[in-house]
Structure formats: C-alpha cells, structure tokens
Design a protein around this ligand. Structure first.
Ligand code: SAH
Length: 249
C-alpha cells in the first residue's frame, strides 16, 4: 500500500473511532464507584430502617445493583455522576431515580426468580434492568415516546433480553400479561390506579409513590393477600415526577 493510500484510509477510519475512544478516556473506575454507591445505599437503608420497616437489602438485590452499569443509563454528560446517591436528569423533564430509592423499592417487592413484574415509567430503563436481574420477566411502560424508544434500545444493547418496553399510559397497566407478582410505579400518582390493583396477583406486592405533584408524596406498599384483599402501608416521604396521562385524577 502506498503512503498516500494508507493516509487516506486512516483518515477515513479515524473519525469513526474517535467518539468511542473519548467515552473511555479519562473515565473513573466505574466498578469501584458502583461498590461505593452500594455501601452508601446500605448505610441509608439502615438509617431509614425503623421508618420503612426494612433494615437491610437482600443479598440478591445488592448483587443486582453491583451488576447493572448505571453509567450507561445516564446522559453522556452525566456519566461521572452516575454513582452519586441522587437522582439525575435524563431529559424531557424526567429523572433517573436515586440509587437508594431504586434499591429500597426493589427490595420491598421481594422479587423471586420466577416473577413477572410490571413497571410504570421506564425512564432510562435502569430500574427495569435491576428488576430484570431478579425476576423472570419485566414489562415496562413509558409515556414519553422518545424516552421509551431510547430505553428499549439501551436495554437491548446491554443484553437485558427479559425486559419488554411498551409506549403508552401506564395508568391502565398492561392487561395482556396480567396478573403480575409485583408492580413498581416510578412516577407519583394522585391515587392508586384501580387497573393496577386489578392486575396485581393475589399474594403480590405493588410499590407506588402517592400524592400531589406539588408536594412530597408518600411511598406506599400495596399488598394483595391470598383472599384478594388489599392492604396499604405508607412507608416514607419521597419526591417523584408526576404520573401524567389522560386518566381522570
Ligand atoms: N424508572 C425510571 C425513572 C422514571 S422517572 C428509571 O429507572 O430511570 C418517571 C418516568 O415515568 C418518566 O420517564 C415519565 O415519562 C414516566 N411516566 C409518567 N407518567 C406516565 C404514565 N402515565 N405512563 C407511563 N409512564 C409515565
């Protein structure tokens, strides 16, 4: 090959490889940061134990948190903050929940390997990915089309093949795959949506932030017992983005 040809070739190749290279360059050690995040989350779980009634995370939940690369679920400009124990903006006025909140909500669902889970509010797809490590199948609904499409692509790229993302209003659930062993709502509703209660299996659990969009909400655990009776328990104040959509409030 002549020098000229070689130069032309490398000029053709170089720009393509640049963006990928710049993501990896000067990046922190994410696995170390992930471990620190887990320690911070465990500390917060202990601090809130008496309020929430959950004093430690199931080792399976810790393992799931340790395996999901949170930096892949935040915007490129936020990668360095991916493991801070705080919510981060993901665009379109939405946020990826704080790691502690993802951890405690997941833990409270007591997911088992055979479970089918419904998530309302896919957002970045991070919560779905964590749940996907612990359950058989995760069905997730997102109302903002572009976020849903992006999350679907991201989950596929990262190999979370047991997650399905649908675009639509999660208030009505996803009847086709009901009933669910667990339902997790990651946007605040003014009330517990009756369709979701109907789609919860007997013996199943739902976790949902309930309250006004202008104030702090309450994280509520909804349990449907073996007889089909529904029990609710308020766990702690939280702040979520509102559940939107056309349903009557
Ligand atoms: N679970 C997400 C965080 C979600 S933020 C994560 O891990 O990143 C809440 C999400 O709920 C937002 O993306 C918002 O668009 C979505 N949402 C709000 N109302 C909704 C509705 N009625 N149906 C489905 N998704 C909804």
């Amino acid at each position: 090959m002549t020098l000229k040809k070689l130069l032309t070739l490398s000029l053709l190749i170089l720009p393509i490889s640049w963006p990928a290279a710049s993501v990896g360059a000067d990046e922190p050690d994410f696995s170390q940061l992930r471990q620190q995040m887990i320690e911070e989350v465990e500390r917060q779980v202990r601090e809130t134990a008496s309020e929430v009634g959950d004093d430690h995370l199931d080792p399976r939940v810790i393992k799931a948190l340790a395996s999901v690369p949170r930096e892949e679920f935040v915007p490129l400009t936020r990668r360095h903050q991916a493991y801070e124990n705080r919510p981060l903006p993901i665009g379109y006025g939405q946020t990826i929940s704080q790691p502690y909140i993802v951890a405690i909500m997941t833990d409270l669902l007591e997911l088992k390997p055979g479970d089918r889970v419904l998530e309302i509010g896919t957002g970045s797809g991070y919560q779905a990915a964590v749940a996907a490590q612990l359950a058989k199948k995760v069905y997730s609904i997102e109302i903002i089309e572009i976020l849903g499409r992006k999350a679907r692509k991201r989950l596929k790229r990262l190999g979370y093949d047991n997650v399905r993302v649908r675009l639509g209003d999660g208030y009505y659930g996803w009847k086709e795959h009901a009933p669910y062993d667990a339902i997790i709502v990651t946007a605040a509703a003014s009330h517990i949506p009756p369709p979701l209660v109907r789609q919860l299996k007997r013996g199943g659990r739902m976790i949902i932030p309930v309250g006004s969009r202008f104030a702090t909400q309450q994280l509520v655990l909804v349990e449907k017992d073996r007889e089909g009776e529904v029990h609710t328990r308020q766990l702690m104040p939280v702040t979520f983005v509102p559940l939107t959509g056309g349903h009557k409030r």
